[in-house]
Design a protein around this ligand. Structure first.
Ligand code: CTP
Length: 404
């Protein structure tokens, strides 16, 4: 897609650099249109290098190509990030004294704005009225978030994180094939406490599960995301009005949260990496060397959560399992996956190969999606969001039509 990212003069402009990177990584062609003020925060070389397109602010540059309207006409989407109070007022009034103004007047594409300003400015009746006018014209608005603002103040006015703006942009074009579908997704990795400072854990960051939640919400689903030990910056990508986040620490807590949420769901996805074992005894006090000897930790098996969910599933409910494997070769991956799918009784099993240096923490993933016994697995690779889209495509094909 052709995307224009208009940048106006706020400190949050530095975060827009990351937004442009996300858009380009997802395969979009991005042209950046900064205002003169925006260039005081982030300069032309950065925008040109990151977007790989020339950057100008004035309607008098590149006149032969009628650039002042051409950019807006050719755009499939215009994003304004950050959108300052001044630029919002300017858009509302339809002012066109620079390339930002003319581009926005010349476009018929969807417009998505990410407001950023001080809380007082956001609450001011002038801004409120402008936002309502823009909303009435069909402009999409993401944020602002509540949080720390420049100068140490806090309140509503902080620009949404780049991942959230990216997700909002994707959502504008996503199919709405999960409208009315309720999904529960577990994500992250459980931690089994040993003592107040130590635990048995795993390397799952929760990125794939968060991407599944964001994609499902974009496609219309109502999502409960059970997050096991996911860091705040990863979880930021799950900020969406249709996503409710519930946190869980250990496998026991995750099991309780799933038991609570799953009965209402049409689709349950167990993307969390669950510890198979936990220490028999948890010490109330930190184990120290003075305790004496090398400690040996006795373990007891945790419940198999997904097997329990399968056993008590509601009629028509689709259950998806995940597995991270380290197979010797493709055949071993397939054999293990088929055995695991049968053992767990899940409708779909999503398998990714992991190793010391792949699968974890990264933005990309590659998976095999095992469904019907007789069918070869579907293969999906790319960003975790693209992999998430492939998983939901497979779920959609499995979900009976009366559940939609
Ligand atoms: N799972 C679960 N409860 C557990 C362990 C795993 O619900 N106690 C779920 C995971 O969330 C995942 C699927 O089962 O969806 C497969 O996880 P995996 O760890 O690969 O399964 P295991 O049965 O532990 O198999 P392995 O012996 O290969 O570790």
């Amino acid at each position: 897609m052709n995307i224009v990212v208009a940048v106006t003069g706020g400190i949050a402009a530095y975060k827009t650099v990351h937004l442009v990177r996300l858009l380009i990584k997802a395969g979009h062609d991005v042209t950046v249109v900064p205002t003169e003020d925006a260039l005081r925060f982030v300069g032309t070389p950065t925008w040109e290098a990151i977007s790989r397109h020339p950057v100008t602010t004035s309607v008098h540059d590149d006149v032969a190509k009628v650039r002042h309207v051409a950019l807006g006409q050719a755009a499939d989407l215009v994003i304004v990030a950050p959108a300052t109070a001044n630029s919002i007022a300017k858009m509302t009034a339809g002012l066109a004294d620079d390339l930002f103004g003319t581009t926005l007047l010349a476009t018929e594409a969807p417009v998505l704005i990410a407001p950023a300003m001080h809380a007082e400015m956001w609450r001011h009746p002038a801004t409120r009225a402008n936002i309502e006018t823009l909303r009435g014209r069909g402009v999409h608005i993401v944020g602002p978030a509540d949080g720390e603002l420049a100068g140490g103040d806090s309140g509503p006015g902080r620009m949404s994180e780049p991942e959230e703006i990216f997700a909002a942009a994707q959502a504008l074009f996503a199919p709405r094939d999960f409208d009315g579908v309720r999904v529960v997704i577990s994500a992250g990795g459980t931690r089994e406490p040993i003592d107040p400072v130590r635990f048995l854990g795993n390397r799952s960051s929760g990125r794939q599960g968060v991407a599944l939640a964001a994609e499902a919400a974009a496609r219309g689903a109502a999502v409960v995301l059970i997050a096991a030990n996911i860091s705040g910056d990863v979880l930021a990508a799950a900020q969406h009005p249709s996503i409710r986040v519930v946190t869980a620490g250990s496998a026991d807590e995750l099991q309780a949260a799933m038991a609570d949420a799953a009965p209402e769901a049409d689709v349950v996805v167990m993307a969390a990496a669950v510890a198979d074992y936990r220490p028999v005894a948890v010490s109330d006090r930190k184990l120290t060397k003075e305790t004496g000897g090398i400690p040996s930790i006795e373990l007891v098996e945790n419940a198999d959560i997904v097997a329990g969910l399968v056993a008590s599933r509601a009629p028509g409910q689709v259950i998806v399992g995940f597995a991270a494997e380290t197979p010797e070769d493709e055949q071993e991956l397939i054999d293990r996956a088929r055995r695991k799918q049968q053992r767990k009784g899940v409708d779909l099993l999503v398998v990714n190969e992991v190793g010391w240096d792949r699968g974890f923490e990264s933005a990309d993933n590659a998976v095999h999606i095992f469904g019907d016994e007789g069918m070869p697995p579907a293969i999906a690779a790319g960003s975790k969001r693209e992999v998430a889209a492939a998983v939901w495509d497979a779920v959609r094909a499995t979900l009976s039509s009366d559940r939609i």
